[in-house]
Design a protein around this ligand. Structure first.
Ligand code: ADP
Ligand code: ZN
Length: 832
C-alpha cells in the first residue's frame, strides 16, 4: 500500500476516528474514485506508519486541506455508512465526559468483526459453505489455507497473495461472508450447526419421478416410512418457510424412523443432507401469551409515566420488588413499536437475566434482538446489521447495546438502574451506561424510564429536584405483602451458645420448619470460596498472593488457595511457610463452607450453590435456576448473583448470614449498597401469593441502616444518607474523579502521585483533593496503585469539561517527564 500523496484528490478530506488512544482526529485525502462513496459514518481503510493497516470511521468530510501532506484513504468498506450521526455524537460525548480519546470509544463500541486491521485475525465464516459460490483463484487460496484450521493474521494473508491485494481481497471476502474478523484469539466462538434433510429437487419438481420413487420403495418399507414422515413434516413446516424443503434431521429422527434407512436414502441421493449454521440469535416466534390486565396500581403508574413524558425526558419508576414493573415496560414498548419506533431495554447483566429475556421474547418474538459484549464477533455484527436494516426494533442488552446504530430511538428503559454493573470498571471508556443512556436519549429526543426498587441516591435526588418525573408502585402485584424482615443478634446468640457453624439456632429452626412444609430457602453469603483465608495459630501468618496485596481464599473443591484478583492459585501448604508449624487454620466462611454445613444439618435436603465458581460453565446458571424453579433444590446458597432478577414461587425464607461485612466497608456508599442488596435479596422471598420471611444475622441490630431495611424505609435511608453526603461533600453534591497512577515500581508510583497531587491542588484547591492514597488492594498483578480523588463543585457542563481538559493536560505534561514516562494514569469519572 503506497502512501500516495493526494495528488489525485479533488480536494476532499476525511477526518477519521481511528481506534487509537490519541486525542486528535487524523485527516486523510479522499481519492477521486471514492469521492461519491465515502460518507460520514463509513468505514475506510487507511495505512498508518509504514505497514499498519487500520479501519477508521469517517467523522467529517470537508475541503480544508491540512497544512501537512495527507495520505489518501485506501478504500471504503461500506456502501452505506454503518455509524450514524447520533452514534458519533454519543462517541464524542463519552470521550469528553469520561476523559479518553474518541478512538478508544469507537474501539469499544464496534464489534471486532467490523474492524479490519493489521491486528485482525481472519477466520472462515461459520456459515460458509463450499461449492455454494464459485471462488476466484486468490479466494480459493485463502479458503484452502483457512480450512486447515488455524486463523490467519493479516500479514500471513499478505504473504499469501501479495501486499497490494490483501485488503481488497479481504474486503470482498467479508462481504461475501466467506471470512470473518476476530480481534483477539481468546475470543472464542463456536458456531451452532444443525444437520438438515431435504428431498432431491428432481423429485420435488417432477410428479412422475416422485410416483416412480414411491413405487420403487414399496419393497423397502423402512425407507418408505422415512420418506412419508419427511413429507408429513415438510407439509406442516411449509407455511413458515415457503421456499425451503429442508427440515432438521433431528426432527425426522424424533419420529422414530430407522436411521439406517435414512442413511440409505441419503446415499442414493434421494434425500440430500447438509450441515447448516443456525444463528444463535435465531429468534423465537412470538407466542400467544395469556393476555394480562394491569392492576389498578399498575394502570395508574403507566398513566403517570406517560404524563411525565409530556413535559420531561426522564421518569423514575420506584416500584417495590414484585410490584410488576416489567409489565409496565411491556406496555410502553408495545406502544413505541406500534408507531414503528425503536426501543432499547438495558439490563445490568444480561447473562443473569434469562427469565426476563425469555418472557420478552415470547411477547415480541423476532422484533426483538439480544446484544451482549460477550457474544462472538459475528453474532454482534449480525445484530448490528439487524438494527441497521430495521429487522429488529427492540434490543435487550447490557451496557454495550448503547452503541448500536439506532436511528428512530423513542424509548430507553434502564432496568435496575441502581446496579453497579452498569459502570464499566476495568476498561476504557469507564462509562456509566445509565448516564450515557440519558445523553443518547437527548440526541434522539427519546424518553428514558429508569426502574428500580432501590434507586441510586443520585437518581432519587434528581427526581426530588424535579429533573425526573417520579412514579411510585408501593404494592406488590396480587397484593402479596412484602416479606417480614427480622434481625438476629449474633452477640446475644453467642452468649447463649446458640450458634452452630455460622447459623444461629433461630435461623436453623426457621429453616427446619419451612423445609418440613416442602418450601424452599435462599441463604445469602456474599463471599465465595470455603474459608476467607488461612491463619497460622502459632505465628499469625496469613498466606497472601505474591502478585497482589490480598490474602488467598481457600477453595475446598479445588483444594487450593486462590487469589480473587489475579486468579493465582497454589496447593495448600501443610506447614506454615513462615514458622513451619502445622497450625494453619481456616478463618471466616464463604458459600462453599455454608453449602457443606447445610448439607450436614439437612442430609435429606438438596442444597445447591450459585456463585462465580458454580456458574462458569455454559448454561450452568440456567440449570441452577431451573432446579430451584422445578423444586429440585430445597436450599440455594449464593452470593449477590442470587439477587438478580429472579422470580421464584416457593421460596419462603431468605437468610442473610453476615450483613456486618457489607456495612464496615470503607466507602461512602456502603450503607446505600447494603440497603439495595438486602432489599433485593429479601425480594426473592414469598413472591407468589404468600408472605415470606427474612432473617438477618448481625452483631449490631441497633444500626439505623438495619432499621431502615427491616421497615422498607427507603425515604428514611435516603434522607439520612443525603445528609451525610452533604456534610462530607460527596455526590450528588459534588462530582468525583478518581485518578490512579499505576506501575510495578512502588516508589515511583508514590512519587508520581505526589507530584500529580501538587498540580491538582493548584488547579482546584487543596480541600478538593483526597489522597494520594493506596486503595484497599494496593497491588494487583504486581502493579502498585495510588489513587487521588478530585472533588468538583457543581457547575455547568462546559465549566466541568474545561477543568477535565486542564487535568488531562497536567497529567500529559507529567508523563512526558522522563522519570514518569512509564507510569500509567487512569481516569475514572464518577467512580463507584
Ligand atoms: P418487578 O420487576 O417489579 O419486581 P415483576 O414485573 O417481575 O415485578 O412482576 C412480579 C410478578 O407479578 C411476576 O410473576 C409477573 O408475571 C406478575 N405480574 C405483574 N403484573 C402482572 C399483570 N398485570 N398480570 C399478571 N401477572 C402480573
Ligand atoms: Zn493475585
Amino acid at each position: 500500500m503506497s502512501s500516495n500523496i493526494h495528488r489525485d484528490s479533488p480536494g476532499y478530506f476525511a477526518e477519521l476516528i481511528l481506534p487509537l488512544p490519541i486525542a486528535k482526529l487524523l485527516t486523510y485525502g479522499i481519492p477521486l474514485n471514492l469521492v461519491d462513496i465515502v460518507k460520514q459514518g463509513s468505514r475506510v481503510i487507511v495505512s498508518l506508519g509504514k505497514k499498519k493497516i487500520l479501519t477508521g470511521i469517517v467523522n467529517k468530510i470537508h475541503q480544508r486541506a491540512p497544512n501537512h501532506p495527507a495520505k489518501n484513504i485506501i478504500d471504503v468498506l461500506d456502501e452505506e455508512p454503518i455509524v450514524n450521526t447520533y452514534q458519533l455524537a454519543l462517541f464524542h460525548w463519552i470521550a469528553q465526559y469520561y476523559m479518553c480519546s474518541v478512538g478508544d470509544v469507537v474501539k469499544a463500541a464496534l464489534p471486532s468483526g467490523f474492524k479490519l486491521s493489521s491486528q485482525s485475525k481472519i477466520y472462515l465464516h461459520p456459515a460458509f459453505e463450499e461449492d455454494s459460490i464459485p471462488l476466484l483463484e486468490n479466494e480459493q487460496l485463502i479458503v484452502a489455507t483457512l480450512k486447515n484450521g488455524k486463523p490467519l493474521s493479516y500479514q500471513q494473508i499478505e504473504q499469501l497473495i501479495g501486499q497490494k491485494e490483501a485488503y481488497k481481497q479481504l474486503k470482498k471476502l467479508i462481504h461475501k461472508e466467506i471470512i470473518i474478523l476476530v480481534e483477539e484469539l481468546q475470543e472464542k466462538y463456536a458456531p451452532k450447526k444443525e444437520k438438515q434433510i431435504a428431498l432431491n429437487k428432481n423429485f420435488v419438481d417432477n410428479t412422475a419421478e416422485l410416483q416412480a420413487l414411491f413405487e420403487k420403495l414399496e419393497k423397502k418399507p423402512k425407507q418408505l416410512d422415512v420418506l412419508l414422515q419427511y413429507m408429513a413434516l415438510v407439509s406442516t413446516n411449509l407455511p413458515e418457510q415457503t421456499q425451503s424443503y429442508f427440515i432438521a434431521k433431528k426432527q425426522l429422527l424424533e419420529k422414530d424412523v430407522s436411521s439406517a434407512a435414512l442413511q440409505k436414502l441419503i446415499q442414493q441421493d434421494i434425500l440430500i443432507e447438509k450441515a447448516v449454521i443456525i444463528s444463535r440469535l435465531a429468534q423465537l416466534k412470538a407466542v400467544a401469551t395469556p393476555h394480562t390486565t394491569l392492576s389498578p396500581a399498575q394502570t395508574q403508574a403507566l398513566l403517570s409515566i406517560e404524563n411525565h413524558f409530556k413535559t420531561k425526558n426522564t421518569a423514575l419508576l420506584h416500584g417495590i420488588t414484585g410490584s410488576g414493573k416489567t409489565e409496565i415496560y411491556v406496555r410502553l414498548i408495545q406502544s413505541v413499536l406500534e408507531q414503528d419506533g425503536q426501543v432499547l431495554y438495558l439490563l445490568p447483566e444480561i447473562g443473569l437475566a434469562t427469565q426476563i429475556v425469555q418472557r420478552l421474547n415470547k411477547i415480541f418474538g423476532n422484533k426483538m434482538g439480544v446484544y451482549h459484549s460477550k457474544y462472538a464477533s459475528n453474532e454482534r455484527v449480525e445484530i448490528w446489521n439487524n438494527v441497521l436494516q430495521n429487522n429488529v426494533q427492540l434490543v435487550i442488552g447490557a451496557r454495550s447495546a448503547l452503541f448500536l446504530p439506532f436511528d428512530r430511538l423513542q424509548l430507553i428503559i434502564v432496568d435496575e438502574e441502581h446496579e453497579t454493573a452498569y459502570k464499566q470498571l476495568d476498561a476504557i471508556p469507564r462509562y456509566h451506561a445509565r448516564d450515557a443512556a440519558l445523553m443518547l436519549a437527548t440526541f434522539h429526543q427519546a424518553k428514558v424510564l429508569l426502574g428500580s426498587a432501590t434507586p441510586a441516591i443520585e437518581t432519587y435526588y434528581n427526581a426530588q429536584q424535579g429533573k425526573y418525573g417520579l412514579v411510585k408502585l408501593t404494592e406488590r402485584f396480587n397484593q402479596t405483602p412484602l416479606p417480614r424482615i427480622e434481625l438476629v443478634n449474633l452477640r446475644t446468640e453467642q452468649q447463649r451458645k446458640g450458634i452452630q457453624g455460622e447459623f444461629t439456632s433461630i435461623l436453623l429452626q426457621k429453616l427446619e420448619s419451612i423445609l418440613q412444609q416442602q418450601e424452599q430457602a435462599i441463604i445469602f453469603q456474599n463471599r465465595r470460596g470455603y474459608a476467607s483465608y488461612l491463619l497460622c495459630q502459632t505465628c499469625a501468618e496469613v498466606p497472601t498472593c505474591q502478585q497482589c496485596s490480598v490474602s488467598l481464599t481457600y477453595h475446598q473443591f479445588r483444594d487450593a488457595l486462590v487469589c480473587h484478583y489475579c486468579g493465582f492459585h497454589c496447593k495448600v501448604p501443610p506447614l506454615c511457610p513462615v514458622c513451619d508449624a502445622p497450625t494453619l487454620k481456616n478463618v471466616g466462611f464463604g458459600t462453599e463452607k455454608i453449602e457443606e454445613t447445610l448439607q450436614h444439618f439437612f442430609p435429606n435436603k438438596r442444597v445447591q450453590r450459585m456463585d462465580l465458581d458454580t456458574t462458569r460453565r455454559k448454561h450452568s446458571y440456567e440449570q441452577i435456576i431451573d432446579n430451584l424453579e422445578s423444586g429440585q433444590t430445597d436450599i440455594l446458597v449464593g452470593t449477590q448473583m442470587i439477587t438478580k432478577g429472579l422470580d421464584f414461587g416457593q421460596v419462603s425464607l431468605v437468610g442473610v448470614l453476615d450483613v456486618d461485612r457489607l456495612l464496615y466497608f470503607p466507602d461512602f456508599r456502603a450503607n446505600e449498597r447494603c440497603f439495595q442488596l438486602i432489599t433485593q435479596v429479601s425480594g426473592r422471598a414469598g413472591r407468589r401469593g404468600k408472605q415470606g420471611q427474612v432473617l438477618i444475622q448481625t452483631t449490631n441490630p441497633q444500626l439505623p441502616i438495619l432499621q431502615d431495611i427491616i421497615n422498607y424505609d427507603y425515604e428514611q435511608m435516603y434522607t439520612q444518607e443525603l445528609g451525610e453526603r452533604q456534610k462530607f461533600r460527596y455526590p450528588p453534591y459534588i462530582r468525583l474523579i478518581k485518578i490512579t497512577c499505576q506501575h510495578t515500581n512502588e516508589r515511583l508510583v508514590k512519587e508520581c502521585a505526589q507530584v500529580l497531587a501538587g498540580y491538582l491542588c493548584k488547579l482546584v484547591s487543596e480541600d478538593n483533593i483526597l489522597g494520594p492514597q493506596a486503595p484497599l488492594v494496593a497491588k494487583v498483578r504486581n502493579q502498585y496503585r495510588i489513587d487521588t480523588w478530585v472533588k468538583l463543585a457543581k457547575s455547568s457542563e462546559p465549566v466541568l469539561l474545561a477543568i477535565k481538559q486542564q487535568i488531562q493536560q497536567a497529567t500529559k505534561s507529567l508523563t512526558s517527564e522522563k522519570q514518569f514516562r512509564q507510569i500509567r494514569i487512569i481516569f475514572d469519572v464518577d467512580p463507584i
